[in-house]
Write a protein that binds this ligand. Structure first.
Ligand SMILES: C[S@@+](CC[C@H](N)C(=O)[O-])C[C@H]1O[C@@H](n2cnc3c(N)ncnc32)[C@H](O)[C@@H]1O
Length: 244
């Protein structure tokens, strides 16, 4: 059973947390710019939250891929309720065989930190690279591996807590997330720590140029709001970009 099968609905509900819109969604779409007409792959699409937003932003062909049958069921249910033309594939990204060099943009919101080894990270990145045309972009969010938690670190007012090892983490150590949804429902999952250098080298080795961590940015409508200071001072998650 895939990790997200048991928490699929709770995870989708966590998209109501305030940071999702003010920081996550804002940073992603600010980074993407104009995507009208682009062919997009949304890897680790979950319940299709961003798949739908990408399509609504004018993308052409949009395909979501996720390993969790339950997450894909939610995505397809939403597509049936409100057809936008998003297609979904259930499977491990590591085994996904994209049409070579057909894709303009790969979005990978919280995929790469499911690689617990350098080899698995390379596998994910090779799939992304093979999918992209030359000049195409990979954009995503990731656990902030620049600031791994020592023990438990709380961003509770944003609904997030994280627990890592008490000393400096080793490659592949699990990072446990605990979310508290706006309705008070609590759920958890884990991903894996790999060093920032491992990411840097893996991007280079798999044929990407311009790999950069972007940090996060705040919706201008919220810029005077001190509520966000703690998140911006110590972001639990961060965006990155790379070009094939
Ligand atoms: C934190 S959720 C993000 C979902 C979605 N991208 C979003 O931002 O709403 C992470 C997703 O990654 C999926 N996932 C984890 N490992 C995967 C893999 N090897 N291949 C495909 N999907 C994977 C999980 O099933 C889960 O739906």
């Amino acid at each position: 059973m895939a990790q997200y099968d048991a928490i699929a609905e709770a995870y989708q509900d966590s998209k109501q947390l305030r940071f999702r819109k003010a920081i996550e969604r804002h940073t992603l779409f600010e980074t993407l710019g104009d995507i009208r007409g682009l062919t997009v792959l949304d890897l680790a699409c979950g319940g299709g939250f961003y798949t739908r937003l990408l399509k609504r932003a004018g993308a052409g062909r949009v395909t979501g891929v996720d390993v969790s049958p339950e997450m894909i069921r939610l995505a397809r249910r939403e597509e049936a309720r409100e057809p936008l033309g998003c297609a979904y594939v259930c499977g491990d990204v590591a085994d996904f065989e994209p049409e070579p060099a057909e894709t303009d943009l790969v979005v990978a919101m919280y995929l790469l930190h499911y690689a617990g080894t350098r080899e698995k990270l390379l596998r994910f990145l090779r799939v992304c690279r093979d999918a992209l045309r030359t000049g195409g972009r990979l954009v995503g969010f990731n656990d902030n591996v620049m600031r791994p938690p020592r023990g438990t670190v709380s961003w509770l007012k944003y609904g997030i807590e994280k627990t890592g090892p008490l000393s400096a983490p080793n490659e592949g150590d699990p990072i446990h997330y605990r979310f508290t949804n706006p309705d008070g429902r609590v759920f958890g999952f884990h991903n894996f720590f790999l060093k920032p250098e491992t990411y840097r080298d893996a991007f280079r080795e798999s044929g990407f140029r311009d790999f950069r961590w972007l940090g996060v940015s705040l919706d201008p409508a919220e810029r005077e709001n001190p509520f966000w200071n703690d998140f911006l001072d110590n972001p639990p998650v961060i965006a990155y970009t790379a070009t094939r």
